[in-house]
Design a protein around this ligand. Structure first.
Ligand SMILES: Cc1cc2nc3c(=O)[nH]c(=O)nc-3n(C[C@H](O)[C@H](O)[C@H](O)COP(=O)(O)O)c2cc1C
Length: 357
């Protein structure tokens, strides 16, 4: 088979899903992913980053916990050792993950001290070796993908990123998810590195224009579906992180508006009913209400009654930790019904004319 126009290895790449949930440590655990799946059936979900060493030597049932309803779900790995990453990728596939992703975007000190995350943007050949090994360990059609930044430190010009992408694409990476900010490897915390460097989406659009055969996903600062749809005019997919946590219900319209599916958006009550099918047994199994119920806290974000709903959920978590706990499902649904009442009253209330004095 001949190489492609840019000299990439002939490799059949899977079409990317239009929207994904970004990997987020302490956020995109199994509970939040299942909750998001109750809102959108098509969004690709990412796990939190798990290091290859943890997969190989740690407690797999906890680290690789996955629920059947989640698919499609990608396991994000951290590491810089091709053999370890390859073995961890194979273990991930054995555990049912639908995609394996390599983290080349995290700038934390801990991650840098292990020579992985964003500092690997300075070592494209090493990333290529990792991807080659992972690709060989994971049978098609499971994609092996890379999440990275537009640059790090002073190596942040467009040509530097394109060279990184070219080298890693040659190794067989199936998709590039690009955070449209550079990262400073010292001087900024990971949180500051998600806000202070400016967003530069045009460089990702240019990458897609110049490498049209590579599936390219944009990430960073996407807070609503209008912004997502605008990006989708230029690239193949959008990845949403913090807004998914802050306003999860924005995913209710994703299947229809971004994937073109006929599916109706579920109501918030339907979302909760679906989630409770999972949450009630999950809570009985783990015995800790907070991790299982915290995904629902922001379901009414931006809506009348949001604050009362959150307070009731927090009180419920405390009550569930005590003897004679109330029934979970009935309590959650009662709180939601009360919130729906507040919303209905707010929308029925007469609006004052704008200029009334
Ligand atoms: C709490 C938190 C944890 C994160 N953990 C990870 C992670 O494990 N792996 C990763 O690649 N990115 C991680 N990120 C970065 C996000 O995936 C994403 O790139 C970033 O938040 C920008 O997207 P957003 O503006 O839509 O939030 C994390 C972000 C947050 C807020």
């Amino acid at each position: 088979m001949a190489a492609s126009a840019h000299g990439f290895a002939p490799h059949v790449r899977c079409p990317p899903p239009a929207v994904s949930l970004a990997p987020m440590m302490d956020r995109t655990d199994i509970h939040f992913r299942v909750f998001l799946r109750c809102i959108s059936r098509r969004t690709l979900l990412y796990t939190e980053m798990v290091t290859a060493a943890a997969v190989l030597h740690g407690k797999r049932p906890r680290l690789l916990a996955r629920h059947d309803s989640e698919s499609p779900v990608a396991l994000q790995l951290g590491g810089d050792d091709p053999a370890m990453l390859a073995e961890a990728a194979a273990v991930g596939v054995e555990h049912g993950f639908d995609e394996i992703n390599l983290n080349v975007g995290c700038p934390s000190d801990r991650v840098q001290s292990g020579n992985f995350g964003a500092c690997l943007m300075l070592q494209p050949e090493r990333v290529a070796a990792c991807v080659t090994a992972m690709r060989a360990a994971v049978a098609a059609p499971v994609p092996v993908t890379v999440k990275h930044r537009i640059g790090v430190d002073e190596f942040d010009d467009y040509d530097h990123m394109r060279r990184f992408v070219d080298v890693v694409a040659e190794a067989g990476a199936d998709r590039f998810s690009v955070h449209a900010r550079k990262a400073w490897l010292s001087g900024l915390s990971p949180k500051q590195n998600r806000t202070i460097p400016p967003l530069r989406p045009e460089e990702i659009y240019r990458l897609k224009r110049e490498r049209p055969d590579l599936p390219i996903e944009i990430n960073g600062g996407i807070r609503d579906l209008d912004a997502a749809k605008e990006h989708l005019r230029h690239v193949d997919a959008v990845m949403i992180g913090r807004a998914a946590w802050d306003i999860p219900y924005l995913f209710a319209a994703v299947d229809h508006e971004c994937f073109g599916a006929p599916d109706q958006a579920p109501s918030r009550l339907q979302v909760l009913e679906r989630y409770l099918h999972y949450a009630v047994p999950a809570l009985a199994a783990c015995g800790r209400p907070v991790p299982v119920l915290r995904p629902v806290l922001n379901l009414y974000a931006g809506e009348p009654g949001n604050r009362a709903f959150k307070r009731t959920m927090s009180e419920l978590c405390q009550a569930l930790a005590r003897p004679n706990a109330p029934p979970v499902a009935a309590s959650v649904l009662a709180a939601a019904a009360a919130t729906e009442g507040i919303r209905a009253r707010a929308s029925a209330a007469p609006r004052l004319p704008v200029n009334q004095s």
